[in-house]
Design a protein around this ligand. Structure first.
Ligand code: AGP
Length: 607
């Protein structure tokens, strides 16, 4: 949700911090700030908007010091203003924070009662002022920070720096990730290893409740009881070079086009060497142990679970419950202990998904995660963490991660089918061959991009757009609507085609484009009937289908987009491409910030 960088360096910290923040800007970009300590003096610069605004400010008004902290913000408490931008400072301590302090109001009242005045609406300023209060009582910076942490409730990754201390930083992690980077006579801190990549690949991940005292040459880590803890220093292979856009206008466009390559790579991880069947390495689940599967995630990852529900129930004949994590964990559903609980998360840091995972672990249920970041918190707290191998995904709208999630889930569904005796060798071969066809099919689907650019010019004029699908195309309709609304800001809704007549059809008029995902499969005729109900009321239909479907039902529609014909099993992966490209080009037509849409962040690490 926010990005944090800290440096105890040999050279000026500002440029290193700005580079690190650049790698974290996808986590939030409402405002950014930096604080340094030079010759014991605390300095601070803050700016509203993208990191470029802070870089420009620092260029005009340089900030010196080899010790510093930086922050890029996704606003939780308080509007995106300079006053609310981090770092927050009391007179002799500055703090950056990722997360939410849930008891900040009572702490703020306590401090206000003691005469403290606040200059922001944030929970983070309360942390700075609380630490200041302990410093004024004569506590050392380390003890003042520890005393402050003991008063906080909620989720936080925090970095403290202190007036008068050029070689001291105190950091803490509870619910929001934080990593320490070990340099040569330097020390670094980042929200994740990507931020630290240019400085070091030697990383220590703080665990829940840990806090640490850093100097340039030492790290003391204490666990939640205040006991000195020994945490591993890992070598993390993170791309050394900032992921760049190459000749693409946006990261999202690059990541859509990367899909044939990354899907082939992801597939290779889930198929046996002779490509006749699926093979799930690293602790493949034994589905014969379970009587049902629970799939939990958020946003696009949840729609991947929704598609997988069709696959597991069709090919493995095992009941599947799906839910969004934020509802699942507060429903506190009864668990028999005979479930396989699968959590899907690109970032592996989504707070809602992590909280749901922890609920399930308390019920002694086997926890499997499917993640893009094997060192993420969700991965580290799972019994089995299966990778999707999508590579770094910078665009806030998830594209290649979604199709790679689907690939891993499809392989698991086939594995479950085999283990439970519903998929024989011939069927497994056929399903495997269908999966092997995906990279090429996706490549062909991407080739329809120029048609989509033309269609997008019309879609960009719409106020509302509906997406329809049946069967495993229904979650695709939901995902297509999410993709469109989150980057073009056009209101869009996805519906099960059969549901339209139960109310939503009242929305149909000549100004509401209806996008129908309908390959020529066993449900095609039903989808065509629903499509005709729309056209009978003047609705303009964009039919996304294959050649057969277009021949049968493409005559009277507004526009037809033809996808390559495919095995129904892999159609959801294939039809993700038009959903992504429709959203992308409509957003480009609208002129929105495609990679960093307003109000969003790539990883939502607060509830
Ligand atoms: C995807 O386009 C969205 N930006 C968002 O819904 C995302 O899928 C969701 O926040 C879950 O993120 P995760 O996969 O990192 O857990």
């Amino acid at each position: 949700m926010c990005g944090i960088v800290g440096v105890l360096g040999k050279n000026d910290a500002a440029s290193v911090i700005l580079d690190g923040l650049k790698r974290l800007e996808y986590r939030g970009y409402d405002s950014a700030g930096i604080a340094t300590v030079e010759d014991g003096k605390l300095s601070r610069r803050r700016a509203v908007g993208k990191l470029s605004a802070l870089s420009e400010l620092v260029g005009q008004d340089p900030i010196k010091g080899t010790l510093g902290i930086g922050h890029t913000r996704w606003a939780t408490h308080g509007a995106p203003t300079v006053a609310n931008a981090h770092p927050h400072q009391a007179s002799s301590v500055a703090v950056v924070h990722n997360g939410i302090i849930e008891n900040y109001r009572s702490l703020k009242e306590e401090l206000s009662g003691a005469g403290v005045t606040f200059s922001s609406d944030t929970d983070t300023e309360v942390v700075a002022q609380l630490c200041e209060a302990f410093l004024r009582r004569g506590l050392s910076p380390q003890d003042a920070a520890a005393a402050t942490l003991s008063r906080l409730e909620g989720a936080f990754a925090l970095c403290f720096v202190f007036e008068g201390h050029d070689d001291l930083m105190v950091v803490a992690r509870q619910g929001s990730p934080l990593a320490i980077g070990h340099g040569d006579g330097e020390m670094f801190v980042g929200s994740d290893a990507l931020a630290l990549a240019p400085m070091t690949d030697r990383v220590t991940y703080l665990e829940e409740g840990d806090w640490a005292v850093l100097t340039r040459t030492s790290v003391e880590i204490f666990d939640r009881r205040g006991v000195l803890a020994n945490r591993e220093v890992q070598t993390v292979a993170v791309d050394q070079v900032l992921v760049d856009k190459g000749n693409h206008r946006h990261f999202m466009h690059k990541e859509i086009h990367e899909q044939p390559t990354v899907l082939a790579y992801a597939l290779s991880h889930y198929l046996n060497p002779d490509r006749t069947g699926v093979y799930v390495p690293e602790g493949a689940p034994d589905f014969t142990k379970y009587d049902r599967i629970v799939l939990v995630a958020c946003g696009t990852a949840y729609y991947a679970c929704h598609v997988a529900k069709y696959w597991f129930e069709q090919y493995a004949r095992i009941p599947v419950e799906i839910d969004v994590a934020s509802e699942f964990r507060y429903r506190a559903p009864p668990m028999s202990g005979k479930e396989a609980a699968i959590f899907v998360s690109q970032s592996g840091e989504t707070a809602d998904t992590l909280a749901a995972l922890r609920y399930v672990k308390e019920q002694n249920v086997d926890v499997i995660s499917i993640v893009n970041s094997p060192t993420s918190t969700i991965a580290r707290e799972s019994a089995v963490a299966l990778p999707i191998l999508a590579g770094v995904e910078i665009g806030v709208a998830s594209t290649k991660a979604f199709t790679c999630q689907l690939t891993a889930l499809a392989a698991l569904a086939v594995l479950a089918g085999r283990q439970l005796g519903h998929v024989d060798a011939d069927q497994e071969l056929a399903l495997t061959e269908a999966l092997l066809s995906v990279p090429n099919l996706v490549s062909k689907a991407i080739a329809s991009e120029n048609e989509i650019i033309t269609i997008a010019r019309d879609l960009a004029q719409a106020r509302d757009i509906l997406f329809l699908g049946r069967g495993s195309m229904y979650p695709l309709a939901l995902e297509g609507a999410l993709k469109l609304k989150e980057i073009s800001y056009i209101h869009a809704e996805g519906y099960a085609s059969g549901e339209l007549k139960h109310g939503p059809i009242a929305l149909i008029d000549a100004h509401t484009p209806v996008i129908v995902f309908a390959p020529k499969d066993s449900l095609f005729d039903k989808s065509v009937s629903n499509m005709q109900e729309v056209m009978a009321r003047g609705g303009k239909v964009l039919l996304v289908t294959d050649k057969e479907g277009a021949a049968e039902a493409g005559q009277d529609v507004w526009r037809t987009l033809i996808m390559p014909s495919s095995d129904p099993f892999v159609a959801p992966i294939l039809y993700s491409v038009p959903a992504q490209l429709i959203a992308y080009h409509t957003a480009v037509e609208k002129g929105t910030d495609v990679d960093q849409p307003r109000n969003l962040a790539k990883s939502v690490t607060v509830e």
